[in-house]
Design a binder for this molecule. Structure first.
Ligand code: ADP
Ligand code: TRP
Length: 325
């Protein structure tokens, strides 16, 4: 049976947070365990360039995303893990797909409008972002793409472009499916809105010391008084706790919410301790990797060379189909 190709990417546009972890990284990493899957994961540094970071910062963030991902459990023996910019074939496919992409399709993208609303400058890269993302996905004949809910529209754009391509040039591209797990579709941030690097409401995966504890303590809750019973399922603290705790631990905290007499400070402390424990091993692994940057670079280079083989084959097919070869 042909293996199922799973692909996803994360931009190196800041420090990775719990939204990235539970929404995209954990489900992606779990996919490795099934031998029927063949996973391709990459660091979208071309996409991060749309925000024009300082060169040293872009480099540093890209390296940090590699560390985060590897520390969280990517197994480079099984999974092809690479840097987007190391496989330049994606740019050629992106151009070819661009020519098939109606302006209106991109004009409707929420993520673009949202970024403008948050003060980002409207450059062409930002506008064309979904086309490059479609190229990322289609270049590797991906069957399924695990992402958080905010990427759903980008997946629809990708499917739309692939279908247009196949209609015009004959069956050439694999039409991918999004994989969005409902329970982790939107992880709330400190303020209860979707956690995001750009909303200043994120909890880093690998935060340490007082500043991170302070963040946990600042999670917004309602104003139910200490004595009164509280509703766990609408509480941001409980929502985050649920992601990391065992069913028994969840039930115990749930009962304390329902019984009353527990302040939110207590729940936040429990959450903070759970977080410390949950990421403890990964934090150790991250430190070891950080002390060995050459090893990380070697993994990325090896990933790029494996990715390039697949990319080349797809691109040859595409070039032939459109009349470039
Ligand atoms: P950010 O919003 O912080 O810029 P990205 O857009 O780089 O995050 O997202 C990287 C991946 O993490 C995507 O698959 C995205 O859907 C997922 N993700 C980000 N934030 C969340 C969240 N709060 N809940 C669920 N998934 C998320
Ligand atoms: N746009 C995605 C995000 O912001 C990152 C990304 C780029 C991606 N290319 C991709 C995700 C391809 C999945 C597949 O998170």
């Amino acid at each position: 049976m042909a293996k199922k190709r799973i692909l996803s990417g994360v931009q190196s546009s800041g420090t990775l947070h719990l939204g990235n972890y539970f929404g995209m990284m954990r489900p992606s990493i779990q996919m490795q365990e099934d031998d029927n899957n063949e996973c391709f994961y990459f660091i979208a540094n071309f996409h991060a360039l749309t925000q024009l970071p300082e060169p040293a910062l872009l480099r540093e963030r890209t390296f940090n995303v590699a560390l985060d991902f590897l520390a969280c459990g990517i197994n480079p023996e099984k999974t092809v893990f690479f840097r987007q910019s190391d496989v330049n074939e994606v740019q050629e496919l992106s151009w070819i797909l661009s020519c098939l992409t109606p302006m209106g399709l991109l004009e409707r993208c929420h993520s673009y409008k949202d970024k403008l609303a948050h003060g980002q400058e409207a450059n062409h890269g930002l506008f064309a972002y979904p086309v490059l993302m479609a190229a990322d996905i289609l270049l590797y004949d991906s069957n399924a793409v695990p992402v958080g809910k905010d990427q759903k529209q980008h997946l629809e754009v990708t499917r739309d472009i692939a279908i247009r391509f196949n209609n015009r040039y004959g069956e050439t591209l694999v039409v991918p499916e999004p994989m969005i797990a409902e329970e982790v579709a939107v992880i709330p941030g400190l303020d209860g809105q979707k956690m995001s690097k750009s909303y200043n409401n994120a909890i880093e995966i690998f935060g340490e010391g007082k500043p991170i504890r302070k963040k946990f303590m600042s999670i917004v809750t309602d104003s139910t008084p200490m004595e009164a019973p509280k509703t766990p399922d609408t509480c941001n603290v409980f929502k985050l706790f649920k992601l990391m705790a065992t069913p028994e631990e969840q039930e115990e905290l749930r009962q304390r919410y329902l019984a009353g007499g527990m302040g939110y400070g207590h729940a936040k402390q429990a959450l903070y301790e759970k977080y410390e424990e949950y990421f403890r091993e990964a934090r150790e692994r991250r430190k070891e990797l950080a002390a060995n940057p050459q090893k990380v670079e070697d993994i990325l280079q090896d990933g790029a060379s494996r990715a390039r083989k697949v990319a080349r084959a797809t691109l040859d097919r595409v070039r032939a189909a459109v009349g470039l070869a």
